[in-house]
Design a binder for this molecule. Structure first.
Ligand SMILES: [Zn+2]
Length: 313
């Protein structure tokens, strides 16, 4: 997960969510009091993109202006669902127990409530209808209508203080600033993957990881292969060259370049796992915990020193 700043202005929403018919339908659904009238044909706006692509979604296409094809939760490139941050139907807790039989039905077509989620974070025992809360929040259980009886969109915005005041436990990459403060990473005991863990006192990081199943085997392996081994292989290539050339100066310059790439990559939103990339370079301890175990032993200390002495220029 990485922080994303997205525009909720309706003119920046997908075209189908701007249609008068969709806005009218939102009011109709809000008056009905349940999610039965919500249509995937509207909140996803699917289309056939040809034999190589299969079915795609115009809403996902629009979300990709901000998410670049990545899942909002696990930051991988994968088949994406249009996910309702606040569930439109029932609401379940972290352990999938039923909290409320009726969900946020009035937010079914709310642009700020839609996130791109990969099908394994959303389905497969993942997030689905789960929306646990931190204790002490004031839950919003009904929509607000304006003076002429239409659904009042102001109260539907994910950043509205009444919705924020519910104290959702699930982190939202757009409204929970400083996502980095909720998570740490560690190497699996069998060294086959990298695990994410929550570290905040309210357990929001831990709950988010549990709800979205962010420690599934394929994600742990993807973090290791896509981020850590990419760097480790570059270092080992330079080690191989050093053994032929014995050119220590060139080797030191190459290590500095490899480290610079990790620093640069953590600010590149189009790459996967930027949260992990940030974590690795944010302290010497993190670098030592996550990267060093994969480096050939005789070069571990040399690489640590190179990290300590890293220069940006
Ligand atoms: Zn995902």
């Amino acid at each position: 997960m990485r922080n994303v700043v997205r525009s909720y202005v309706i003119t920046n929403a997908p075209a189908i969510l701007q249609l008068v018919g969709t806005i009218t339908a939102s009011t109709t659904i809000a008056r009905m009091g349940n999610a039965t009238g919500i249509s995937r044909a509207i909140y996803s706006d699917p289309y056939s993109a040809g034999p190589d692509e299969g079915n795609q979604s115009r809403v996902i296409d629009k979300l990709n202006d901000w998410y670049f094809g990545k899942c909002a939760y696990c930051e991988r490139f994968y088949k994406l669902d249009v996910e309702h941050f606040r569930p439109k139907g029932e609401i379940r807790d972290e352990d999938n127990g039923l909290l409320r039989a009726v969900g946020y039905y009035w937010l079914g077509y709310e642009w700020s409530n839609l996130l791109p989620s990969c099908i394994s974070c959303n389905r497969d025992g993942g997030k689905n209808s789960k929306f646990p809360y931190v204790a002490g929040g004031n839950l919003v259980t009904a929509p607000v209508f304006d003076a002429v009886g239409n659904l009042d969109r102001t109260f539907c915005l994910v950043e509205h203080h009444l919705l924020v005041g519910e104290l959702p436990a699930l982190l939202n990459p757009e409204t929970d600033i400083n996502i980095v403060s909720y998570f740490a990473f560690e190497v699996d005991s069998d060294m086959q993957g990298i695990k994410i863990k929550g570290i905040d006192v309210n357990r929001r990081g831990e709950i988010t990881a549990n709800v979205c199943k962010l420690n599934r085997q394929e994600i742990r392996r993807d973090r290791l292969q896509g981020v850590v081994m990419d760097f480790v292989n570059s270092v080992h290539n330079s080690v191989a060259i050093l053994k032929i050339t014995n050119d220590d100066n060139s080797f030191a310059a190459q290590l500095n370049l490899h480290i610079r790439k990790v620093y640069n990559d953590c600010n590149e939103p189009k790459l996967s796992h930027t949260l992990l990339r940030k974590y690795i370079v944010s302290s010497l301890e993190n670098f030592e915990d996550i990267v060093i175990p994969f480096i050939v032993p005789e070069f571990q200390q040399i690489l640590l020193t190179a990290f300590k002495n890293y220069t940006a220029i």
